[in-house]
Design a protein around this ligand. Structure first.
Ligand code: FAD
Ligand code: DHB
Length: 392
């Protein structure tokens, strides 16, 4: 089997890359270890930057997003039992974010690829990469029936997430990894209830961070800071509601509750692998970098990577020039490090750190006052949250 671009992983990075390349007439095959239903049913991120939304709309993926996504022109930071609105729209020249779940983006991408005759091999696990230093790399894989196979291609896009195999195909001496783990995780829930607020609420509280988000008029998404080693079994519904109520308490606010039908705990880390390219292998998305979710940047960074990679591959096939391919890693990493800083900053400002002193608490509150109480502070948060234009 052979194709122009062999793509490992059918997450946001891999599927969006396949979609963008197709629009240029460049062929690709996507190899994905999980089943289609699992990919389409895994609950993850929910916030799309303006640039991600614009790209989806411009490339024909905007129908359901426009109908079912929620455009938010601001967000609330809540601390000391008071809410403070950050007005994205006013502070960024009219930009906004859209709340639309990651698995809905994936459903739209898969439907678009299949409708266009795209080749996505679900249940196909990649086991290794060969020949990355030459012009004909090969991707080794095992299919759903256990049969081994090879995909020969011009380029490999490693879009297989943090736990994938592509990053490890870069020899250790040729990559450098930067990492930070956090002493907390998030317990995420989905519940059947009406929205409690028109915009997201990021709440800093002595008991820990809480986030109120949404999915639809009937389904809400909420998160609680917790021990990353904790198990969801330790979190019966009553305990979750008691914590959410306590952490989001504010005058005139009433949390709307309802049956919880999904719970999961995610650990939090910051991670970057440099460079994002080795020979004919190009890493994109979580395969190369992970951010803590507080800044809602993970999915959006993956989309920016493949926006750059598509442009670079397009230039190569159109003109034979590898200048953009050669510049891909540096261009992508500029935004990656900016998002790393933003995500670390939001996380540090809003979470409770074990062993924090009274001084640390006061300093954290002073920072939140600075961000919510000054135009300069609020603009810094707003501009980074809605995101730079794609490619910058
Ligand atoms: P992924 O979405 O991880 O996709 C990689 C794909 O590669 C997967 O489908 C995987 O099955 C496949 N794959 C892996 N190995 C192989 C192999 N050997 N062969 C074939 N296929 C393979 N971000 C936020 O902003 N907010 C959130 O609330 C949030 N929650 C998250 C919760 C979890 C549990 C995780 C893991 C991430 C979360 N993120 C969140 C981050 C965000 O979801 C990711 O940044 C985003 O999914 C990155 O997309 P990607 O395409 O790079 O990788
Ligand atoms: C959601 C996830 C995030 O990480 C975030 O910062 C905001 C919202 C969500 O899943 O809705």
């Amino acid at each position: 089997m052979r194709t122009q671009v062999g793509i490992v992983g059918a997450g946001p990075a891999g599927l969006m890359l396949s979609h963008l390349l197709h629009r240029r007439g460049i062929g690709s095959v996507v190899l994905e270890s999980r089943a289609r239903e699992t990919v389409e049913g895994t609950i993850r991120a929910g916030v799309l930057e303006q640039g991600t939304v614009d790209l989806m709309v411009e490339t024909g993926l905007g129908d359901r997003l426009r109908r079912e996504g929620f455009v938010h022109r601001g967000t609330e930071l809540r601390f000391d039992r008071r809410g403070h609105r950050i007005d994205f729209h006013a502070l960024t020249g009219g930009r906004a974010i859209t709340v639309y779940a990651q698995h809905e983006v994936l459903k739209d991408l898969i439907a678009a690829r299949l409708a266009a005759g795209g080749d996505i091999r679900f249940g196909t696990r990649v086991t290794g990469l060969d020949g990355l230093d030459g012009p004909r790399p090969v991707i080794r894989h095992v299919g759903p029936d256990g049969a081994e196979g090879e995909l020969a291609c011009d380029f490999v896009a490693g879009c297989d997430g943090f736990w994938g195999v592509c990053r490890a195909a870069i020899p250790e001496g040729a990559r450098r990894e930067y990492q930070r783990t956090y002493p907390f995780g998030w317990l995420g829930i989905l519940c059947q209830a009406p929205p409690s607020s028109e915009e997201l609420i990021y709440a800093r509280h002595e008991r820990g961070f809480a986030l109120i988000s949404t999915r639809s008029p009937e389904v809400q998404r909420m998160y609680l800071q917790c021990d990353p080693e904790d198990a969801v079994d330790n979190w019966p519904d009553d305990r979750i509601w008691a914590e959410l109520r306590a952490r989001t308490e504010a005058e005139g606010f009433r949390l709307k509750e309802g049956p919880i039908f999904q719970k999961n705990i995610v650990a939090m880390r910051s991670f970057v692998c440099e460079p994002m390219r080795h020979g004919r292998l190009f890493l994109a998305g979580d395969a190369a970098h992970v951010v803590p979710p507080t800044g809602a940047k993970g999915l959006n960074l993956a989309v920016n990577d493949v926006f750059l990679l598509d442009r670079a591959l397009g230039a190569f096939y159109a003109t034979g020039s590898s200048a953009l391919l050669d510049g891909y890693s540096a261009a992508a990493l500029r935004r990656v490090w900016r998002a790393q800083h933003f995500s670390w900053w939001m996380t540090s400002m809003l979470h409770r750190f074990e062993g924090a002193s009274a001084f640390d608490d006061r300093r954290q509150l002073a920072e939140l006052e600075l961000v919510t109480g000054t135009v300069a502070g609020a603009t810094l948060l707003a501009q980074n949250y809605v995101g730079l234009p794609l490619g910058e």
